[in-house]
Design a protein. Structure first.
Length: 462
């Protein structure tokens, strides 16, 4: 903070009930001089001696601070024009001070600050407390970041549009029956951001953040609540996590989990504040649903499936065929190859990294050509009545998808046809080639497309 600038005024007591009334002298602007521990300034009123000496009522001294907020204490001393009169005393505790005994002592015995400025020239010393009060309600958001390696470690952030009051900022995070009071520390040097970087989440469920606070000099308190989903998945297990709204899901294939990993999902951007919506290069693209963020973002190079639901009324007169899922990268929405299922009102895409995604619509039909072949883990697995097998074909060619039992015997052919490059879903209802239900057990499904061959295991439980 720079040296505070003030306006000094003297009022008479002609106001209602003896309150301050008219100004006795013109306002006096001044800037305080800075010392090591305080600001100070002498105000010479000699030019107004005639006016002040003719007035015999009560005086009111006023200090108005001009720039941004200021809070602290102001000491006002009046020059001792009558040395024989002393109006100011100070009470010293039982231990006394250096050179000053306990009890009441005249102000002239004291000095001010490290500079040892004597208070003897003053016969009146008044201490005024000054505070700046802001009546604008606070605007802040809460969110989290997740460690990319130690995935159970969460950093809970609160970011304000203005500086926040750390003494009046409270927070609690709950998941299931457990709750933790958040202990915020400053993050950065703007005063607008705080963080608790000591939050561990090792159980699955819906986590709730409740944050309450004020601006730095505010008296109006606001609060916000943020929910996100946590799913702990053990090594080599397949899993699924959905945002709290339930409309956006991440399917995690078993081969993606090489150790115990805590995944998180939240509707929206996870941790953002007061910024415009990220943009995409095409002006013909618009968002259809709220974004979703899946973490930890450090997990890459694996094939995750995204499945977003959409409401037909959110499309208006637009065609569902032009829907696609986009990934946010460096402030730009990057289009992913997507598959639209108009019967289930879902859009599916695959990604090799986690982050923030959004369902968008474009005037031009999205490109549906996969960059590589892929055979996804069936879902659900294990299953009881039916399971979905998804695959991607890079080139137009003859494709077969067959089911085999544990002994290698063919059970059923699900696909045997020429297919164009694209993404495909196939349902197996647990029956053989004759339509009869097969027994519980382990089965394999095998995809062949040109020179690409891949197979995966699934479990049927009756």
């Amino acid at each position: 903070m720079g040296n505070p600038d003030f306006l000094f005024r003297i009022y008479d007591d002609s106001g209602v009930g003896g309150a301050p009334g008219s100004e006795l002298i013109p306002q006096q602007p001044f800037t305080l001089h800075q010392s090591e521990n305080y600001y100070w300034r002498e105000i010479d009123l000699a030019d107004f001696e005639d006016v002040l000496s003719q007035y015999h009522g009560n005086y009111y001294l006023s200090f108005e601070h001009l720039p941004d907020a200021f809070a602290g204490g102001i000491f006002i001393g009046v020059d001792n024009s009558q040395p024989e009169v002393n109006h100011s005393w100070a009470l010293v505790g039982p231990g006394g001070l250096e050179g000053i005994p306990p009890g009441w002592n005249q102000l002239s015995k004291f000095t001010l600050g490290d500079e040892q400025i004597s208070l003897a020239p003053f016969d009146l010393m008044v201490r005024a407390l000054v505070s700046y009060v802001e009546t604008e309600p606070p605007v802040f958001s809460a969110g989290f970041l997740q460690h990319p390696v130690f995935t159970e470690n969460f950093d809970i952030y609160v970011i304000g549009k203005k500086e926040l009051n750390p003494n009046r900022l409270t927070g609690i995070i709950t998941i299931g029956d457990s709750a933790k009071t958040l202990n915020f520390i400053s993050s950065g040097n703007t005063g607008k951001s705080v963080v608790d970087n000591n939050v561990l989440i090792g159980t699955s469920g819906v986590a709730t953040l409740f944050i309450s606070g004020t601006n730095k000099y505010g008296i109006i308190e606001e609060d916000t609540t943020v929910e996100f989903t946590v799913q702990v998945i053990n090594a080599h297990n397949m899993g699924k996590i959905s945002t709290p709204s339930g409309t956006k899901s991440l399917i995690i294939p078993g081969e993606s989990v090489r150790g115990k990993i805590t995944f998180s999902a939240i509707d929206g951007f996870g941790l953002s504040l007061l910024s415009g919506e990220p943009f995409i290069g095409s002006e013909n693209s618009i968002p259809v649903e709220e974004a979703a963020t899946f973490r930890p973002q450090g997990i890459t190079g694996r094939h995750f499936e995204l499945r977003f639901q959409y409401q037909t009324n959110s499309l208006g007169f637009r065609s569902a065929e032009n829907l696609y899922i986009a990934r946010l990268q460096d402030g730009v929405w990057i289009q992913l190859n997507s598959f639209v299922d108009e019967q289930r009102n879902t859009v599916t895409a695959f990604t090799d990294r986690l982050g923030t995604f959004q369902l968008r619509w474009s005037e031009e039909p999205p490109v549906q050509t996969p960059e590589r072949y892929a055979l996804e883990s069936n879902y659900p697995n294990p299953f009881n009545q039916q399971t979905v097998i998804k695959f991607a074909i890079k080139n137009e060619e003859f494709v077969t998808l067959k089911i085999y039992d544990l002994l290698g015997r063919e059970v059923k052919t699900l696909r045997s046809e020429y297919l164009q490059a694209g993404y495909y879903n196939t349902v197996w209802d647990g029956t053989n080639a004759h339509g009869a239900a097969v027994a519980s057990g382990i089965y394999f499904y095998r995809l062949q497309s040109g020179s690409y061959v891949n197979s995966k295991k699934m479990v049927l439980i009756r």
